[in-house]
Design a protein around this ligand. Structure first.
Ligand code: NI
Length: 300
């Protein structure tokens, strides 16, 4: 093909388009260029190299409900009396009359057991004639732990319900909340003869449904006003210092599953005893039965 002008030029026109043909070409070039311009604006090709619009985030969904733990066959409310249930119910010492409005009282509470160090803790408490409250996990108590529960009762400590499996209760269905509390309530009754009147929601997480189920089971919701953070800081002196910061009527949160916590307890007992404190159970702190379903942080 013969080309006029610069053969490499972008505007080179074929010789066949010269003369009359060239005029026709000029007539068409403008509308065709316009068409290309319009097509170019609307075609997806114009998006190449441009910034894609940000994807719209889907709306936040509530957390998925946690399925209830699988029930243990033959274990729980309504089950037949198990073969291991004991007839020799442990006997509590006579109730003490302590007026915590007039004298200094502190309620030491221990959660998540019974565990490997709980018996040592009971030895220490017995040495000081101190009573405490244990919020027990059913799964921890089931089996060998039941003897530890019986010892607690015999030595005047109070037992509280800390669920069967330590879940975040507000994430559970109403039925699962009832099972978590009901199964531990049942186990402690079978093992010790005690009907607990206290519960502590794991992580301190509660809501109106948890309150309703607690009320239904006759359980007051016991929180705390002094947190030793002993699950995080495994240093007896740190744990003791935080516990000692409690005042009259305080509820102190600790965990008997940590060796460092148990090691901190003699220092805590010495310090409070030197300041004239009595170590009382929750029921003693409230001078009777705390109201089922209601939340308690301290008696102050
Ligand atoms: Ni706990």
């Amino acid at each position: 093909m013969i080309l006029r002008g610069d053969p490499a030029g972008p505007l080179a026109v074929p010789a066949a388009l010269s003369g009359g043909s060239m005029r026709v070409w000029r007539v068409w070039v403008v509308p065709v260029a316009l068409l290309f311009a319009i097509w170019g604006c609307t075609s997806p090709i114009t998006l190449v190299g441009s910034v894609e619009p940000a994807a719209v985030a889907p709306p936040a969904l509530p957390p998925a409900p946690v399925p209830a733990p699988a029930p243990v066959p033959g274990l729980g409310p309504g089950a037949a009396r198990p073969h291991w249930a004991r007839n020799d119910i442990p006997v509590s010492p006579r109730a003490r009359r302590i007026n915590c409005d007039r004298i200094r009282c502190v309620a030491l509470t221990f959660d998540d057991g019974p565990g490997a160090y709980t018996e040592s803790l009971l030895d220490i408490l017995a040495g000081y004639r101190a009573r405490a409250t244990f919020f027990v996990i059913g799964r921890m108590a089931f089996g060998d732990g039941e003897n530890t529960l019986r010892r607690m009762v015999t030595e005047g400590h109070e037992l509280g319900n800390h669920t069967w499996d330590h879940p975040q209760l507000p994430l559970l269905s109403q039925t699962a909340i009832r099972e978590e509390l009901g199964r531990t309530q049942w186990l402690v009754k079978q093992a010790t003869g005690v009907t607990m009147i206290l519960m502590r929601p794991p992580y301190g997480l509660t809501d109106p449904r948890v309150a309703a189920e607690s009320r239904q089971l006759g359980l007051a919701q016991i929180l705390w006003d002094v947190d030793t953070l002993d699950w995080r800081d495994h240093d007896p002196s740190v744990v003791a210092r935080r516990a000692i910061g409690a005042g009259p009527g305080s509820i102190v949160l600790m965990h008997d599953i940590h060796r460092s916590t148990v090691q901190a307890v003699p220092r805590v007992l010495d310090d409070f005893a030197a300041r004239g404190y009595r170590f009382v159970t929750l029921s003693e702190l409230y001078g009777g039965r705390p109201a089922p379903g209601r939340k308690y942080y301290s008696s102050r």
